[in-house]
Design a protein around this ligand. Sequence first.
Ligand code: NDP
Ligand code: MG
Length: 340
Amino acid sequence: MLQPLRILFRPKWMVSRSSASYVSRMRHLNKIKEEDEACRAALQSGNIFLYHKLAPLLRRTDSGIYQLPALQTKDVEEILEKLGEDKEMVKESILINCTEQNEAQFSFDVGAIEQAAVEELCRGTFVDLRKAFFLLRGSEAPLVARGQALLRWHQTNGFCSSTGQPTQRNQSGSQRVCHSSGITYYPKMSPVVIVLVSDGKRCLLGRQSTFPRGMYSALAGFCDIGETMEEALRREIAEEVGLEVESIQYSCSQHWPFPQSSFMVACHATVNPDKTHVSVDKVELEDARWFSLEEVQEALTIKAPPRNNKGEPTVFWVPPSYAIANRLIQEWANQQHLKS
Ligand SMILES: NC(=O)C1=CN([C@@H]2O[C@H](COP(=O)(O)OP(=O)(O)OC[C@H]3O[C@@H](n4cnc5c(N)ncnc54)[C@H](OP(=O)(O)O)[C@@H]3O)[C@@H](O)[C@H]2O)C=CC1
Ligand SMILES: [Mg+2]
């Protein structure tokens, strides 16, 4: 019998911010999201993160730390003018969020302009998003992912799927409308369940053939339409490794930008310790197997796996800390410690 979901932890944001400032910030954000005039005004005093063909601009400080430079709107206008472009292009910026000081944050893709010229003027480098995730510190990675996801959505939703006519965005970029059919489109995420299965002593990790060598992760799968998260989780585990899940505990969630926006819902699950035979669906997974606490602990200490002369990792390792799979594995290892 499946247990009802329960929240295992209280995220920091639930306790650390005063509710008054959070409420006023969210209301401000909602206003500039919904009202074109308010959004235009916010852009004038806002921060812009630049992308080139969806690769974010990073800047390396003298101390070797990578940062996400927040440019002022007037700086971006100046860059556009210097490169012979229309400074009005900056109005295409997409609203991402706002800071604790209520400054709006936008993303803007300069993909139509020569990359090196922009990099030189900005004293930065456009970096592939996966690499940027490794280089940036905690709070900047979700921000840069969100900015990219919104830009990608706009770049691929320029036409109405009903009429084939062009769609028009609102100023903030929170939606696109087809004026011919009246359909409003909103940025889309695909729900995905990701689950760390345990038999009480070991945890089950799998790998797809496309993963870097040696890397194993928690099992994941897209939810089918009409399914609850619990149903999707049970089905994916049954399909991919032939096991029947007995209980589920919700852990946390994450927006995942690769390859397109997914909404990852992360859970722990248990199976009957007497029914742990794994039969891997070889179409989905290259391998899946049980790992001991010792093996998992060792893998969690690896920041960059050792590599052979072909550049391939030579040991068992797990996804890096920015991936929700890493968090599930950490949580499981911590729970095993508490039990022993
Ligand atoms: N953040 C993290 O820690 C982790 C994130 N992930 C992410 O989880 C996601 C799902 O994991 P994965 O195991 O690949 O999923 P599944 O087990 O559901 O299998 C993937 C297959 O589902 C099909 N598919 C692709 N997109 C969709 C969609 N939007 N809706 C329904 N079916 C779809 C594709 O089939 P076809 O090619 O035949 O069309 C694809 O090959 C991936 O995006 C992956 O990047 C996975 C592990 C860790
Ligand atoms: Mg899968």
